[in-house]
Design a protein around this ligand. Sequence first.
Ligand code: SF4
Length: 396
Amino acid sequence: MKKPISIYIHIPFCIKKCQYCDFLSAPADSRTQEEYLRALEGEIRKKAAAYRDYTVKTVYIGGGTPTAVPYEKLCHVLEVLWQAFSIGEEQPMERKISMEVEISMEANPGTVSGEALREYRRAGINRLSIGLQSADDRELARLGRIHSYADFLETYSLAVQAGFQNINVDLMAALPKQKPRDYADTVKKVLFLAPKPTHISAYSLIIEEGTPFYEKYGLEWERRERTGETPLHLPSEEEEREMYRITEKLLKEAGYHRYEISNYSLSGYECRHNKVYWQRGDYVGFGLGAASMVENIRFRNTPDLPCYLREEEKTVERMPLTQKEQMEEFMFLGLRLTEGVEKKAFREYFGVPIEEIYGSVIEENARKGLLKAGDRISLTKKGTDLGSYVSAQFLQ
Ligand code: SF4
């Protein structure tokens, strides 16, 4: 029987760089895009032979902005993927794609037409992740996004008309000058969409070094992180926590289930691809800087575009994980999920009871009210607020 695998495809192009973004993405002319897509297809064809014993269960096309490249060209990459890999079980293609294999793509408002969306559907994409971030045009402008809220509404409606039934909306909290009530307005507007999105991701803004936002707000951000001082432009820690609570409360009332620290879904619509990362399933990444993990070996493609285009061998880093590293990952990734980690699964995977390795960490955190420990180990409500602190203790 074939083993399951997930595939990530990276499209590193955007119309314009957002102010806060440290992803591997940049604007590029059409010639560079074409050259890149050719190299990407070559990489898929070349590497596929190593995965003959696998069947693809999920695909995620991310970026960058995958919808920033011409849709026919992106659909062609998918065709190459279908030819090179075994996708789903032996069923007619239509059925395979619609029912069994989750194929997600990130899309940004202002970069898609109705025709493009219909073609994406035809190419097999059955889940769309739309980057809204905020429903307030002033906040969008501050973020350096290329779209308005009206653009988002148009994209959302076109996606529904094109037949997408599984749509995620990305939101961002703790933006400069944002107050909890502003953030609540954004969440309420998204919940007012008809039909409702099946999935909502809500992350807090992180001011990353090397971004224009770091130039503007880096000092404030660092001082806030270090001393808890109330910053001038960014929300305070208490305001950020309040936004967290707003997300939780409003989404729960609207019928969403929080299955991961920052991810909420309607029943049956958890993102299967992302769960593969958190549950340490095998995945292979194609494209610039794409990361993979197959049979406990992590590897990564070069993040250098000229090098990616030129070199036959795209993989520049290969790191077999020790058992200790595997255990650490099992815990800190698994604890991101609301369901946490299963003690039985740990024992089956590593051949030792979880208590033997992490007994004292689990006990201490359970005593502090941060972990629930039964057949599964998971974060409590208080533990979720201090998620990074709890997870860090499993790394020691
Ligand atoms: S659209 Fe996304 S990937 Fe592109 S610059 Fe903005 S945040 Fe970065």
